[in-house]
Write a protein that binds this ligand. Structure first.
Ligand SMILES: CC(C)(COP(=O)(O)OP(=O)(O)OC[C@H]1O[C@@H](n2cnc3c(N)ncnc32)[C@H](O)[C@@H]1OP(=O)(O)O)[C@@H](O)C(=O)NCCC(=O)NCCS
Length: 165
């Protein structure tokens, strides 16, 4: 498979997903299930990363996740994702989740997630990801923060792997 290693901006792959919360997505209280939100976060993150890498991907890690507000049946759930930083064969994406009341337009920020995806070839080997264009101070700050999170999660992975021995 020919690899596209052309550098891209975060804006080139930024993604917004919107869907209405239906009764089938909800718990008996009429709020969307946490697992459904996690599924949508994975999809929104993956789409931005696919747009950046144009490769197959696997989810390697999802950082801590909090649900600040419940989202009820009939509301819109909005997921905005953008790549924060790329490493060698992996990249980090930020996914922000909002609820929006359809009748009033009232929007609440409900969750933020950082996910790491690894680019793989058809035979499952990790492959290089295209560079991310980082030009502004703000973009540099975002990427530095992503490097710090990466260090933490790789440390946690090692700790977890060592407890499983
Ligand atoms: C993710 C996976 C490909 C990593 O495999 P691995 O043999 O540990 O890979 P490597 O050590 O060669 O690392 C490859 C890249 O992944 C990154 N990586 C691996 N595990 C990671 C983790 N837990 N968190 C963040 N990054 C991780 C490495 O830092 C490396 O990135 P870099 O090339 O940009 O430096 C492998 O563990 C896997 O396939 N996991 C299952 C994925 C899956 O099925 N996900 C769906 C949910 S179960």
């Amino acid at each position: 498979m020919a690899m596209d290693l052309i550098p891209k901006r975060a804006a080139d792959s930024a993604t917004e997903m919107v869907q209405v919360v239906l009764p089938n997505d909800a718990n008996p209280l009429g709020f969307i299930l946490g697992g459904t939100v996690m599924h949508l976060i994975d999809i929104a993150g993956a789409i931005a990363c696919h747009r950046h890498t144009r490769t197959l991907l696997v989810t390697a890690a999802v950082d801590d996740l909090q649900f600040l507000h419940s989202i009820k049946v009939g509301d819109l759930i909005i997921l905005k994702s953008h790549v924060t930083c790329v490493f060698t064969t992996s990249l980090e994406v930020q996914v922000d989740v909002f609820s929006e009341e359809t009748l009033t337009g009232r929007r609440l920020f409900t969750s933020r997630a950082y996910l790491t995806f690894v680019a793989i070839s058809r035979d499952g080997a990790a492959v290089k990801v295209p560079p991310l264009i980082v030009e502004t101070d703000e973009e540099r700050k975002i990427c530095e923060a992503a490097h710090a999170r990466r260090e933490e999660r790789l440390k946690k992975k090692l700790e977890m792997a060592s407890t499983m021995l």
